[in-house]
Write a protein of this length. Structure first.
Length: 349
């Protein structure tokens, strides 16, 4: 199955796009340096007119940067089996004239060792392994909305992290990661350092991909202090059509006090699919979220993507994180009131 075709056709496949377009600056005697990135701009609008506290918020259209970035990927062969590697990536505001250089986030910065026989170890600031090995099938959209999708890139990760994953073992890959939250220098003597662990296993063979994992979702990292579990997979019916199904759950914590937009325990089910034809790709996903202490919700997202060339693509996405139930009294206005939209273009290099 042409998983690479599906991954690059979907505009949300961030890592695959960068890898495909990277320019090799140096490659000699086992040492390699690649430069990659993208300039992405668009217009967004819509979404809720009122926040969770019923305060009005303008949801009019705005010209925005759509996660432009610049990165370096480095590697050097130590032995025939062992490779040392590093990665450095920044985000920048591509839509504005800024006075601070434009860079606003150090998105990735890590190093490690990779062995074909023993696996890969890395340390630093990188995407959550849970996101890379479990929830990845649903990471197909450009817009960022953690309340809609399953646990994403930054879940108990991005900084002060170490991780290990095995080589491919007849389709199976096991992973384990830990993020350290330090109390060093804290003025409060009762403050303690904490470690948030995550791990699991993924099976990827032929058209089938299934990931099972957990995250110790501690409050220090934005969780509620309970374990998060996920079982998420995808199936490629053809080279052009794939479906995905996932379930994620987190127990309720009676002592947790969520923020105004936060949630405690929940059960989330997601179902979606991707269809590609020529330069086109189309996606659609539905989520049902049952929350322990907040209202339940139905959510959906859809997107269309067109590759003008190997380096240039255009896109349009729609999403509603809390869609109303459809009954005899539901009007078109009810269904479209809070729909968020994003459209734009990206150049990859």
């Amino acid at each position: 199955m042409k998983k690479t075709l599906l991954a690059t056709a979907i505009a949300g496949a961030l890592g695959a796009s960068a890898a495909a377009q990277a320019a090799t600056v140096y490659d000699q005697d086992g040492t390699r340096l690649d430069v990659y990135g993208r300039i992405a701009m668009g217009i967004e609008g819509g979404g809720p007119e009122y926040d969770s506290n019923d305060n009005y918020q303008d949801n009019g259209a705005e010209f925005v940067d759509v996660y432009s970035r610049l990165g370096l990927r480095m590697s050097q062969e130590v032995t025939s089996d062992l490779t040392a590697f590093g990665r450095l990536e920044w985000r920048f505001d591509g839509d504005e004239n800024t006075t601070d250089g434009g860079f606003n986030e150090l998105r990735q910065s890590y190093l490690g060792l990779q062995s074909k026989q023993y696996g890969t170890f890395q340390a630093g600031n990188f995407d959550s392994f849970y996101s890379q090995f479990v929830s990845l099938p649903f990471d197909v959209y450009i817009f960022a909305d953690s309340d809609l999708e399953f646990a994403g890139h930054s879940k108990q990760s991005r900084g002060d992290s170490i991780g290990y994953y095995t080589p491919d073992l007849s389709g199976f890959t096991a992973f384990l990661q830990a993020k350290h939250y330090t109390a060093r220098g804290a003025a409060d003597p009762s403050a303690d350092s904490e470690v948030a662990a995550q791990g699991g296993v993924r099976y990827a063979q032929g058209p089938v991909t299934i990931g099972l994992g957990f995250v110790d979702d501690i409050e220090e990292g934005g969780g509620n202090g309970e374990m998060l579990y996920g079982l998420i997979g995808s199936y490629d019916f053809t080279d052009q059509f794939s479906v995905r199904l996932g379930y994620e759950t987190r127990d309720d914590n009676a002592n947790y006090v969520p923020s105004a937009t936060g949630e405690n325990g929940y059960d989330k089910v997601g179902l979606g699919g991707t269809f590609t034809t020529g330069p086109w790709a189309f996606t659609a996903d539905y989520y049902r979220v049952d929350r322990d202490n907040l209202d339940d919700s139905n959510a959906w997202a859809a997107g269309a993507y067109y590759k003008v060339s190997s380096n240039f693509d255009v896109f349009a996405e729609l999403a509603d994180g809390d869609a109303p139930s459809v009954d005899s009294g539901t009007t078109l206005g009810d269904l479209t009131d809070n729909v968020y939209w994003l459209t734009g273009a990206r150049y990859h290099f």
